[in-house]
Design a protein around this ligand. Structure first.
Ligand code: NAD
Ligand code: UD1
Length: 340
């Protein structure tokens, strides 16, 4: 079976993808500098699957270190998760975001070329559709204007991959545009472990549920949506991980660039998420309505047809599953991977 290198594989989406790839029979190598994770997530993936992961502490910007990894392993495909992802922080520290995200991608592509590795999958985001495109978003739409440096790094990196594939017809590139991943592995052993105050909705809700925060602020209730709160395409992280397994099968057989939305195609509002979380878990989430958060769009959701047609992949887990599994992870691990 083929060997897949996951850059940033110790993180939230990478660790879930490692588990699904191992279950599907792939061998997994992980390179991560633990800037937003720890080796514990991968140790738990090994416990869940009963299989070994070859784990390297490595900064993807370090070409010599990456060359060692490619020399020691016969890599068939790479999934490039490594990157910084906090939208607000990217506005405060844009150069850090451009430096880390763009440099990891350039170094990775150079080292892949050096070792003749031709297959790569990239973690992009629905944010690249920007403010101009109508919903639901389809892969044929042009990239739009992003509202923050994090989003721009994703748009720029997509362009870099497209140009690299144009110059090297042997390259096979899959760009995956994630919508809003939430939830956790059904075992409750791995999940999202944000540092500090969570920026994203579901980690914030679970921290209110576990008593770390006293209430949720819903950012705006005057949007042009059915209940006035923003609507998003939330997708269970295990469904997203399963999409990466299908994308790996695909990238090994094709050439050129293919873009796929990974979403469910069904939007839910912030108020609907809070209601579902309360109902499924029997926990009240105190909340108040606050002002809009700058950069938020009223609605974002996928047309998910292309992934169904070409990858044979569809999200199958429900919003109730997402709420249950997010809480199962948080209550079993109130401090994430930290033991204190
Ligand atoms: P995460 O922070 O949990 O994982 C990213 C991993 O990359 C971390 O383990 C971090 O330590 C590592 N990393 C960062 N810079 C590195 C470097 N220079 N060298 C080596 N490792 C490095 O985030 P995630 O939610 O798992 O996201 C994975 C990818 O998916 C990211 O590229 C992110 O931008 C993208 N994405 C995430 C979401 C989301 O909502 N979570 C949505 C769209 C796209
Ligand atoms: C954001 C980013 C996206 C990134 C994703 C994961 C933008 C436009 N989008 O998505 O690029 O990939 O994070 O990092 O920057 N909300 C509250 N209260 C909270 C937190 C969130 O009401 O405390 C609301 C938001 O207003 C939004 C929804 O919940 O309507 C989801 O927010 P969030 O989880 O941060 O994801 P996005 O903003 O959709």
């Amino acid at each position: 079976m083929a060997t897949v290198l996951l850059t940033g594989g110790a993180g939230y989406i990478g660790s879930h993808t490692a588990a699904e790839l191992l279950e599907a029979g792939y061998d997994v190598v992980v390179a991560d500098n633990y800037s937003n994770s720890s080796p514990e997530g991968i140790r738990r993936v090994e416990q869940i699957t009963g299989k070994k992961v070859k784990l390297y502490e490595a900064d993807v910007r370090d070409a010599a270190r990456m060359a060692e990894i490619f020399r020691e392993n016969s890599i068939d495909a790479v999934i490039h998760f490594a990157g910084l992802k906090a939208v607000g922080e990217s506005v405060q520290k844009p150069l850090m975001y451009y430096r880390n995200n763009i440099d990891t991608t350039l170094t990775l592509l150079e080292v892949m070329a050096q070792f003749g590795v031709k297959n790569v999958i990239f973690s992009s985001s629905a944010t690249v559709y920007g403010a101009e495109n109508p919903i639901p978003y389809s892969e044929t739409m042009p990239r739009g204007t992003c509202s923050n440096p994090y989003g721009w790094t994703k748009a720029m990196m997509e362009q870099i991959f497209e140009d690299a594939a144009k110059a090297d017809p042997a390259l096979s590139v899959v760009l995956l545009r994630y919508f809003n991943p939430i939830g956790a592995h059904s075992s409750g052993m791995i999940g999202e472990d944000p540092c500090g105050i969570p920026n994203n909705l579901m980690p914030f809700i679970t921290q209110v549920a576990v008593g770390k925060r006293d209430h949720l602020t819903i950012f705006g209730n005057d949007y042009p949506t059915p209940d006035g709160t923003c609507r998003r395409d939330y997708i269970h992280v295990t469904d997203l991980a399963a999409g990466h397994v299908k994308a790996t099968d695909y990238v090994l057989k094709h050439k050129g660039v293919e873009i796929f939305n990974l979403g469910t195609g069904t939007p839910y509002s912030v108020s609907e998420i809070v209601e579902a979380f309360e109902r499924v878990n029997g926990i009240r989430i105190p909340f108040e309505f606050g002002p809009r958060r700058s950069g938020d769009l009223p609605e974002s959701y996928a047309n998910a047809d292309k992934a169904a047609q070409l990858l044979g992949w569809k999200a199958v887990r429900s919003l109730d599953d997402m709420c249950r599994d997010s809480w199962n992870w948080q209550k079993q691990n109130p401090n994430g991977y930290r033991t204190e």
